[in-house]
Every structure is written in C-alpha cells, then in structure tokens.
Design a protein around this ligand. Sequence first.
Ligand SMILES: *Cc1c(COP(=O)(O)O)cnc(C)c1O
Length: 247
Amino acid sequence: MSDAGDIRARLTQIDARMAEACVRVGRDPDEVRLLLATKTVPAERVLYALNAGRVLLGENKVLEGESKADEMAKLEALNRPVWHLIGHLQTNKIKYALRYATCIQSVDRARLIEKLDARLQYEGRSIDIMLQVNTSRERSKYGVAPEEAIALARTAARYDTMRVIGLMTIGRLGSTPEVARENFRLLRQMRERILNEGIEGCHPYELSMGMSKDMEVAIEEGATMVRVGTAVFGEREYPDSYYWPQG
Ligand SMILES: *Cc1c(COP(=O)(O)O)cnc(C)c1O
C-alpha cells in the first residue's frame, strides 16, 4: 500500500478503536475528537492525513511546529489545519507559538499565563488554552500539580485574552494502558472541581487525554480529545525523552 493509503487505513482503524471504546461506556462517538500528534513527521506525510479530512494537529516543539505549519501552508491541501501546541512552552517562544497555534494545551504555570497575556494584548487577540495537569506526579512530566490546578484556573480566568477550554494530561506509561486509568480519572475529577468553583469565564469542558496505547482507557474515563501519533504515522525515530524532560 502507498504511504498515503497506509495512513488512511490506520486512521480508519483509530476511528474504530475510538468508537468501540465509546460504545463500551455508552458515550456518543461524536463527543471525542482525534488530534494527530505530528512530532517528527514531515509535512508531506501530515498532508495525507489532512487531505483525509483530519485537520486537528498538535506539535510538541514550538519551532518544529512553526516550520511545519509554514511548509504545510505552501503545499496544496484540501483542508486547512488547526494547530494546537501540546508540548512545553518556554516564555521566550510564545510569539513563535502564536504564529500558528490556535490553542495552547500545555499551560502549566502562572508566569506563562502572564507572559502569554502580554503578548496577546500586544497582538490584539485572544486564544484558547488548556491547563496541563501532572496527574501522574512523575517528576519527568510537565504540568501543574493537581492541588494547584484550581488556583491556576483562577489566574487564567482573570485574563480576557485567554479562554480556558479544558484540561490536558499525559497518563502514566507502563506495561498496560490500565496504569493510566487513575490519572485520567483524576483529570475528570479536576474538571468537576474547577466547574464547581464556579469561576467566572472558566469552562474547562475539554479533557485532552489518551495517546496511541491508552486512548481507549482515556475515552472510558471521559476524554473529549485523544492525541495520537505513532498509531497513525508509525514509530518515531527519537525516543519520547527527546520531547519530554528526563526523569
Ligand atoms: C507524542 C505525543 C502524543 C502522541 O503519542 P503517541 O504515543 O505517538 O500516540 C500525545 N501527546 C503528547 C503531549 C505527545 O508528546
């Protein structure tokens, strides 16, 4: 099969996996969106997915995302991509991220929120954000500690340059996807807690959780968006530790 055909076939498999997980827990498959994690994947291959109607894309590294977004804009595509930043954002890279990302899923500290606000004000625009929560409490993962998430939501809600549309987490990786279940459950509970606070302008509906290996578990626990890379594009050349900090 051609590379394009291969990617299309894998996307169909993912759709089936997502739908089956939804059916198991009585959810409507339309409630769960697929974001394609495109790190290390060249623009031409991402284009195959885009032309198959998969427009929601996520990048980890700000500059890799920026050049890929640029490249893809030059390619003739049937659809326009929607980019989310799903990796760590350093404050000195904010302006590059804002060139292509319409949502920053990795907001995890007050200082980043302040700096984001300053840049957004300068550009006269606003953006969607998600708060990344370190639900597994692994030192190797970014994200706000669960007990600090409500305070961070309050901080973000003070700025009208950003809308907190959801929460994001990376589940614990282990020998079975089940090891992440409690992390995903905690993220859903965090959403309830934040909603119960009734913070004005803070409606974190989205739960961005689940990846190639554990997306079914995440969907069972309430994910509204799964982020999938390997299962669509194949194994990456770099280990994930290149993208995530060392523990
Ligand atoms: C790479 C990555 C994914 C996708 O992981 P796969 O195992 O390749 O599906 C999802 N979320 C984040 C934050 C990532 O860095």
